[in-house]
Design a protein around this ligand. Sequence first.
Ligand code: ATP
Ligand code: MG
Length: 391
Amino acid sequence: MTQPILPGVNRETTLGVMGGGQLGRMFVHAAQQMGYFTAVLDPDEVSPAGRVSHHHIRTPYTDEAGLAKLAEVSVAVTTEFENVPAPALEKLAASVPVAPGAAAVAIAQDRAKEKAHFVKCGVPCAPYLVIETQQQLDAADDVLLPGILKTARMGYDGKGQIRVKTRQELVAAWNQLKQVPCVLEQMLPLAAECSVIVARGADGQMVNFPPQLNEHRDGILAVTQVFDGNIDPLIAQRAVAAARAVAEGLDYVGVLCIEFFVLGDGSLVVNEMAPRPHNSGHYTMDACDVSQFDLQVRTLAGLPLVQPRQHSPAIMLNLLGDLWFPGAGDETRTPPWDAVLALPGMHLHLYGKVEARRGRKMGHLNITGNTPADVRANALKAAQLLGIAPF
Ligand code: ATP
Ligand code: MG
């Protein structure tokens, strides 16, 4: 077994991350808390993670010199966004340990490969068809309609997806998506959505957080609730087993999130995976003894993993840029944080983004308390103050 990377004394032990978004920022915070130095590669001048990192390399993700610099200053490198070019990870891996590896990321980046992996692991997903050619489009089975046409690559937060009811709409949608490789998925009647986050070390040791109950609005995560009784225990158990099987099957190293659909008859269908910490795991920062970002640091550094313990029921509200716009126009406001923070159990996380835009993830609010009922009551009050629809 390889030696763990311990934080240095009298020298910089630097952990690197590809991507400077909010997930990178929270990784940087966790790494720094444990005494590591950090390096972020992100072309953006003012990225949320770049602003708080010791090193910020401002080059494109595929830039040879940028990657060489990142590899030079870092003892290990991770990634914070799904669409990081897999060849860039391969390049880095030639000179520095990289987790998760390029192969696993390449599978998670491509809905067709991802679904094939789920099938291989014996974890059911929605009926689907890969569409890369006109012939495949023409041969699509009617049973897949109504459905959702999703680009195989580069989708996030519901982008690159079109809902289609008829064949005509399917044809129009594929044209609208410029006939790039797509996956047509049958539209399922969802009773609920949940996700499971696992962390797996290079030695195969694996731990997981409890399943999270998620509510999406307009294709974007809005609310996550995590406490005993929020998900049927049998479904929760099956979701954890499925998530572990998927990570195992990838020989995955790092933090991995698997998203599931729960159908009306209680059956569980896997939706997709993210090869990194996930928005639905942000509650772990305030409600668990170890957060998903702590586990990202541990898996990257080869440190021991210990099964996390959730010490408080939790609700997470995503804070989208919409909250900064009180009306339909361009006029902005600062949301009433003071009133929100007057409520018990509020943990405000803002990502330091310089400009609010509608639909942009600006931060999140974790709410903790003694009982699920307390947490829910306070979360609803906070939502009302902020103008977030009740859940
Ligand atoms: P993100 O990266 O934010 O998780 P995404 O752009 O990858 O999102 P998906 O997870 O594929 O998108 O879909 C977003 C949401 O749309 C899902 O969480 C779910 O609410 C809905 N959805 C997606 N596929 C289906 C389906 N086959 N049947 C019913 N609803 C679906
Ligand atoms: Mg999703």
